[in-house]
Design a protein around this ligand. Structure first.
Ligand SMILES: [Zn+2]
Length: 423
């Protein structure tokens, strides 16, 4: 065939003979008849071991390749079976595609790269594939990455967290490496069985090498960590501790707000949705209460000043929340004393939400101080979690949750796909 070298380059194939090119002008599809070069042929599609011929398989097969301009390209070739010593009769390996894939490797790489770079509709429209096909592609691309990179190598300090997806109905358990900020593992579910799945994948030797584990105080996490990595120092995740305090503060604010609303509309108790005056101001103050003081706008600062005089109880709750947050920011050697003082302060606050919080803090005291002593701030992990949340929103619609975790790992596992032909 003429211009064989040019056609191999255009089709993105190696170790391949281009036998014939057909162009269907109406359908705007280019069909390339190809065959594997003799020396690269006769290998098992799963393990690539050279194996004796078995039969013709299902005859000729087609693979979608990258478009040429706006023309869609298909490769067509014989797909005989070989008799592998390990896998039995198996379709022969072809250099241009992964085993059992309907798309070429270059097509897969481009889709995987796009899936980590742009929106769902951009990938689907540009590549002319269904979203579930994108899911299948990222799953097999990640499987190849995983086969050559040991994602558990040198793992010592990990953070364990749960992330909700599908509007809070489903959860992922995620494991992040504190040293690199990489996502190392993710799986659907949030229970002991799910987390045991991580330790099974990790293996006992590497579990024994873990030095620190940070997590929120969920008992299912603590139980499994104590069981599978008893030597690791368990650290409380500061982010979750501060979140508890924010929730306690919000409970106080809502309680006061409800009372103010009832006072404004005694006759419509519970049914009246709009709030006026004082109650409205309280409702609108919630952002000022949630924010860290160093990030407040001038208006929010003014709102906080108003709360200090109008609602001293809410303001005291605010100071308690801030007090707890500061413990994670002062020099570590001062933290134990400061935490004791905070516990006493909260216990005597006569605010139910903070008395309850104080009890949880006492229960988690060792893990909180360990997090401070070993500098196990989860800030980095939180930023990974924020990205995973974005990815789950994109990955919504993958039929298989494995595709969701594959996309998250491709994005955040430290081995992002590259565009074909660019290295
Ligand atoms: Zn094989």
């Amino acid at each position: 065939m003429q211009n064989a070298t040019l056609w191999r380059a255009l089709l993105g194939v190696e170790k391949t003979v281009v036998e014939d090119i057909e162009f269907d002008e109406d359908a705007q599809v280019l069909l390339a008849h190809v065959r594997v070069r003799a020396r690269a042929g006769g290998r098992c599609g799963r393990c690539h071991r050279r194996s004796p011929a078995y039969d013709r398989g299902e005859g000729r097969r087609r693979w979608r390749a990258l478009d040429l301009g706006t023309v869609q390209v298909m490769l067509e070739a014989e797909a005989p079976r070989v008799n592998c010593a390990e896998h039995g009769p198996t379709v022969v390996a072809v250099p241009w595609a992964r085993h059992a894939a309907g798309h070429t490797r270059l097509f897969d790489e481009q889709v995987a790269w796009l899936a980590t770079q742009c929106s769902k509709s951009a990938v689907v429209d540009l590549m002319r594939v269904a979203w579930r096909t994108v899911g299948a592609i990222v799953t097999r691309v990640w499987a190849d990455v995983e086969a050559v990179h040991d994602r558990f190598a040198a793992l010592e300090r990990i953070g364990i967290d749960e992330i909700s997806y599908k509007r809070g109905h489903k959860y992922l358990t995620v494991i992040v490496d504190h040293a690199t900020g990489r996502l190392v593992w993710a799986a659907p579910g949030r229970d002991q069985a799910t987390l045991h799945g991580f330790f099974d994948a990790l293996g006992p030797e590497r579990a024994a090498a873990l030095t620190h584990v940070s997590a929120d105080s969920a008992s299912w996490i603590a139980n499994v960590v104590t069981d599978r990595a008893p030597q690791a120092v368990r650290c409380a995740d500061p982010f979750h501790i501060v979140k508890w305090a924010t929730e306690a503060l919000d409970e106080v604010r809502r309680e006061v707000w409800n009372n103010a609303r009832k006072a404004a509309h005694p006759r419509y108790r519970g049914r009246f949705q709009s709030s006026t005056g004082h109650a409205k101001a309280l409702k609108h103050a919630r952002f000022a209460l949630w924010k860290n003081p160093e990030n407040l706008t001038r208006r929010q600062r003014a709102k906080l000043d108003w709360i200090a005089t109008a609602e001293p109880r809410v303001h005291r709750a605010y100071l308690l929340k801030e007090g707890l947050r500061l413990i994670f920011q002062i020099p570590p050697e001062e933290a134990p004393q400061a935490l004791e003082e905070w516990i006493t302060w909260a216990r005597r606050s006569r605010i139910d939400a903070f008395i309850a919080l104080q009890r949880s803090i006492v229960r988690e005291r060792t893990a909180i101080l360990a997090a401070i002593e070993h500098n196990m701030s989860n800030g980095r992990i939180e930023s990974v979690n924020t990205k995973i949340r974005l990815i789950t929103r994109i990955a919504f619609g993958f039929a298989n949750p494995d595709a969701l975790t594959a996309l998250a790992l491709l994005n955040l596992g430290g081995h992002r796909p590259t565009l074909p032909g660019r290295q």
